[in-house]
Design a protein around this ligand. Sequence first.
Ligand SMILES: NC(=O)c1ccc[n+]([C@@H]2O[C@H](COP(=O)([O-])OP(=O)(O)OC[C@H]3O[C@@H](n4cnc5c(N)ncnc54)[C@H](O)[C@@H]3O)[C@@H](O)[C@H]2O)c1
Ligand SMILES: [Fe+2]
Length: 391
Amino acid sequence: MISTSSFTITPPGRIEFGRGALDRLPEAVASVGRSRAFVVTDRGIAAAGILDRVRAVLTGAGLDTGVFAEVEPNPSVATIDEGAARARAFGDAAVVAVGGGSSLDAAKGIALLAVNAGAAAALDLAAEPVGPGLPVVAVPTTAGTGAETNGFGVIEDTGRHCKVYLGHASVAPRVSVLDPDLTVGLPARATAATGVDALVHGIESLTSRGRNPVSEAYAHHAVRLVHHWLPRAVEDGADREARAQLLLGSHLAGLALSISGLGLVHGIAHALTAHTGTPHGVALGAVLDRVLAFNLPASTPEYAQVAVDMGCLGVVEPGAAAAGTVAAVREFTERLGMREPLPDLGVTDEMVPDLVRTALADAVTRNNPRTPTPEELTALLTGLLAEARRG
Ligand SMILES: NC(=O)c1ccc[n+]([C@@H]2O[C@H](COP(=O)([O-])OP(=O)(O)OC[C@H]3O[C@@H](n4cnc5c(N)ncnc54)[C@H](O)[C@@H]3O)[C@@H](O)[C@H]2O)c1
Ligand SMILES: [Fe+2]
């Protein structure tokens, strides 16, 4: 049901959306009061030719440009420390984050630490307040995380096998350049995985304890767009309309989650990634419908609305519509090849207690509409493992 309690919304940064928006990047850097750009990205972006395009646009406008292209998927605290040292050596600049969620999240941490003493591992949400970071301009190249909408990064603490939520309002991107042409070269499997991430952001935003009417508005439209356009973008990566609609859907889902927070699908997926290295979207897809089935008793009206967003028309009784959402989500992830059996991701029975502990300790799990007990979470994961063994 729609919440009626009071709330405060801080509008996020400026958005430059549309094909060719990359050409407006120099103006975006100027708008944050800098004439120098420190680009944070990864090797995949360099290999795809996107880094060259970004550099050409920046240097063509006369901007002194530095590059740190060493971000790895699911970036670690060590990478943030190294990138921050390089940014510090480059000097005052706008941090231009180019890539998927990994590069965007890493860039936020780097922007923060470049001007604050200390190490990334100590910068968890609960840490001491820090001073403002360098201004960030985001150029997302995947349609998935919506990481351009907030000042927080999900960084892996490799020593502790868990995610650290590192960030600060000052490193929320002041401008985001959303150019769908930059997402065209993303391979089909990565398109599916990142798109499933956006879908989950939409669905979890609609049921999380932190939701309000504004996040619900963003999330409903995000679910509609991603559900409709993701299969087309996976089938034909060069479909410009699908790419544009998906990038918009992912951005709206990001706006939603930045207000509402996430839930147990992310809590378990973070644990899976920390223990097995599974990409974020793949981990989400592997557990998504099971978690929705677990949440169903606490979220029936909300899932009935998701059924409408996903075009499951003709189902009018809320209980049936909500159950229909779980079935439709399962069919959707299967069709995309994004409902992988847990053993294929390297998950074993022996890992379950650790996964349960990590998922329960994750802040997003507390935001889930139904609070799982350790026994319930164990049953959910062993149920998925048993289902995989049955084939
Ligand atoms: N801050 C947030 O709000 C938020 C939300 C969800 C997820 N995340 C985090 O985001 C990360 C996952 O990000 P992701 O799913 O976008 O993947 P990613 O950033 O890890 O990128 C995956 C791979 O795709 C390549 N790639 C990206 N764009 C490309 C393009 N256009 N063409 C060719 N190759 C391209 C990259 O080089 C990389 O090798 C995780 O660490 C996750 O925890 C953050
Ligand atoms: Fe996510």
